[in-house]
Design a protein. Structure first.
Lengths: 110, 238
């Protein structure tokens, strides 16, 4: 790893900030209260339940912290978190059970 | 009267998003730690978190900057990770699109995974909410989250490299997201959307520039929409 050049860093910070705002503003800001077609709304209803699992799944199977090697504590923590969440619908309880599983297994398997 | 109900919705937003404090605190601190390890000073680290305010994209950009990737690739990859924000924006539009432009601009800046999920799941559950009530709820949802994002980036940056790997902070994000989505599986269509997204995301992870996430997300959304249509048709026939 080499040192990050200051000019490059600030270019990235500023352009990434503008770009990220643009992505967040593109529909709420520019479409506003104009009606959107039903087929589009039907797809948008599934945004969160599609994108978030797709973001998580590769991290569960190939965690960055283990250089992409499948890791039992992390996979088990993911399964426990999801299962507790589905059964109880309680976000904080799911997080605590998931974290407990992760730390418990990391400790036992160390 | 209107102001009391708005205040009420604001407070409900605060309560609804407060569990995610548990997520944002380690996530923000982790960014502060990693940015400091990468050689960023306090001002640079804080500017990153305040200007970009998108954890996953910040981690992506930081990683690629350290690898000396070309600036255009750093930007494209981090924005690809953030493309889901455009989908969030689209998904929020039917609910808050009628709000004044300045409120929509503030909401856009404050749209992150946690505030989006908290907001949209409430809007879906309570369709009769007015637009000012929705905005009040959203601002409430932001209140316990975003200031802590800044503060714990700073604390992480000051703590620097003293956080041991054994804390496994890397996995705070997956656990948080899984806990957030579990209560959203209200219909078979939601379940199908998630299963298809997961199934596509694993092979699609090989695509360059984080495009796999977008491909898998769109596949999941299409699967959810088609399941909804199919269930509706079956309901009409039965």
């Amino acid at each position: 790893m080499t040192e990050i050049e200051t000019g490059t860093l600030w270019t990235v910070i500023i352009l990434l900030g503008i770009g990220s705002f643009g992505l967040r503003f593109v529909f709420t800001g520019l479409v506003g209260d104009r009606a959107m077609p039903p087929w589009l709304l039907r797809h948008l209803r599934y945004t969160a339940v599609a994108i978030l699992p797709a973001l998580v799944a590769p991290q569960v199977v190939w965690p960055v912290a283990t250089d992409g090697v499948f890791d039992v504590p992390r996979a088990a923590a993911a399964v426990v978190t999801l299962a507790i969440g589905l059964v109880t619908r309680n976000v904080i309880l799911s997080i605590l059970c998931g974290a407990g599983t992760l730390y418990g297994l990391l400790f036992v398997m160390a | 009267m209107i102001s009391t109900t708005r205040k009420n919705y604001y407070l409900q937003g605060v309560v609804a998003s407060s569990p995610f404090i548990l997520v944002v605190v380690p996530f923000a601190a982790l960014f502060g730690v990693l940015a400091t390890e990468a050689g960023l000073d306090l001002v640079e680290t804080m500017a990153f978190s305040i200007v970009v305010i998108a954890g996953a994209a910040q981690f992506t950009a930081l990683q690629l900057l350290q690898e000396n990737a070309p600036t255009a690739i750093v930007l494209l990859s981090a924005l690809a990770v953030n493309l889901r924000m455009a989908m969030y924006s689209a998904s929020l539009t039917p609910y808050i699109g009628a709000a004044p432009l300045w409120q929509r601009a503030i909401c856009a800046y404050l749209t992150i995974d946690q505030t989006y999920v908290v907001g949209v799941s409430r809007y879906e559950a309570e369709p009769q909410m007015t637009v000012p009530q929705r905005i009040a709820f959203f601002f409430g949802a932001v209140t316990p989250i975003v200031p802590l994002w800044y503060i714990f980036t700073l604390i992480g940056a000051i703590a620097g490299a003293r956080v041991p790997d054994s804390w496994a902070l890397d996995f705070a994000i997956p656990i948080a997201f899984l806990a957030m989505i579990a209560p959203m599986f209200r219909t078979p269509a939601h379940l199908v959307a998630a299963l298809v997204a997961v199934a596509v995301s694993l092979p699609a992870a090989m695509l360059p520039y984080s495009l796999g996430l977008i491909v898998a997300g769109i596949a999941g959304m299409m699967a959810g929409a088609q399941t909804e249509l199919w269930l509706a048709r079956r309901g009409e026939v039965a």
